[in-house]
Design a protein around this ligand. Structure first.
Ligand code: NAP
Length: 364
């Protein structure tokens, strides 16, 4: 099968580098275009990027030229599939330009996550929300659109919550995070602020977690999402861990559930199994019986970095149950999440007619 050409916007950052690592030898996609800021444009990727991952930078990518971040200035043909890893302020300005140029923009940033006609998607949780792209103005005018994946701490949490919401309903939950430094990008948090320390503040993070849980677990009604009716309270902390966000969760369910029923809900949760999507983990939620797991160094690479690991399920004196969930923030929480969204879009035929106005589509 001929691979589809893809580009990466924000290719030199922490998430951009994960895209390059995960797309290297991907069976469906091939990187043909890279862009970052004006500081990087015109250099080779090897010159522009401080490569921070533990696999070698592919030679072919190192030699590629970083292009201007403007669709019209693309040397050669602009790929119609753009993975975007930009800070929100820059994304707000640049992503619409690529969608208007007929591209499927598959974004990591928070800029458009809560916009009414923009899908915020974890494929195992709410792939049906992807239909919302058909109501976007860019789709009608150029065939392009924007799809987003959630904040890196919301993803692991919601993977653990979805099977519980399906079977028992969620009334309220309390979550306290311990988030890795790579979540702040590169160079990120200064070493003197984080070594031997915990920083109990990550700008806008608690608000993002609270609102994104509601949209992700909400129901698609026509062309918008009816938010989940549950109270969510988040505390977000930065800790001296390289990769992997750990979260302590207490939850009140609408229907009483036993420990065995909760474990069954998690272990039987496999909505994408058998779909043949290259990035989908066999088990999106893995339970570990050990009393001292999950731990970031030991568990973040489960399911090739795409599984959320849960553990320490026990009764909660305040709400019903409490547990710990861990996921890899730049794989499951960012680049891997976007890649899985793209694979689902490919399966739905939504990567086929890019660059062609779609007219007024009607949602079922
Ligand atoms: N890190 C995570 O765990 C994580 C998880 C989920 C979501 N996210 C989100 O993903 C996005 C990227 O995060 P990151 O951690 O990769 O950040 P980062 O390491 O700071 O990288 C930022 C990237 O944006 C590029 N950039 C800066 N200004 C630009 C401009 N004016 N035009 C085009 N490109 C520009 C940078 O290019 P230069 O090298 O040229 O400056 C770099 O490639 C953010 O929205 C973040 O919130 C991150």
């Amino acid at each position: 099968m001929e691979r589809r050409r893809v580009g990466i916007l924000g290719a030199t950052g922490m998430v951009g580098q994960r895209f390059i690592q995960l797309l290297n030898n991907h069976p469906w996609f091939e990187i043909t275009w890279l862009a970052a800021s004006d500081r990087s444009a015109g250099k080779t990727y090897g010159e522009a990027c401080k490569w921070k991952l533990d696999t070698p930078l592919p030679k072919k990518i190192a030699e590629m030229k970083v292009q201007p971040n403007v669709p019209e200035l693309c040397e050669g043909e602009l790929p119609r599939i753009i993975f975007a890893a930009l800070d929100a302020d820059i994304a707000r300005e640049l992503e619409p330009k690529f969608a208007a140029a007929g591209c499927a923009v598959i974004s990591n940033s928070s800029a458009f996550r809560m916009v009414e006609d923009v899908p915020l998607v974890i494929p195992e949780v709410n792939a049906d929300h992807l239909q919302m792209i058909e109501t976007q103005a860019w789709r009608r005018e150029s065939g392009g659109y924007i799809v987003t994946n959630p904040n890196c701490s919301a993803i692991g949490l919601v993977l653990a919550l979805k099977p519980l919401e399906e079977r028992f309903g969620i009334e309220s939950l309390f979550v306290s995070t311990m988030q890795a430094v790579s979540g702040a990008g590169y160079p990120g948090v200064p070493s003197l602020d984080i070594l031997g320390n915990v920083v109990p503040f990550i700008k806008n993070e608690e608000e993002k977690m609270q609102e994104e849980v509601g949209k992700l677990l909400g129901r698609l009604r026509g062309s918008s999402v009816a938010m989940l009716d549950a109270k969510v309270s988040a505390h977000c902390n930065r800790v001296a861990v390289e990769d992997g966000h750990t979260e302590c969760v207490s939850i009140k369910l609408r229907k009483k559930a036993t420990r065995e029923e909760i474990l069954a809900a998690w272990s039987e949760f496999a909505p994408l199994r058998g779909e043949g999507l290259p990035t989908a983990p066999e088990a999106p939620v893995e339970f570990d019986e050990a009393v001292d797991r999950p731990q970031p160094r030991l568990d973040r690479m489960r399911g090739q970095g795409m599984a959320a690991t849960v553990g320490r399920l026990r009764e909660c004196a305040l709400l019903d149950w409490k547990f710990v969930v861990l996921s890899h923030n730049t794989i499951r929480g960012a680049a891997g999440a976007a890649l899985l969204n793209a694979e689902v879009l490919a399966r739905m035929g939504k990567l086929d007619k890019l660059g062609i106005p779609q007219g007024q589509a009607v949602l079922a």
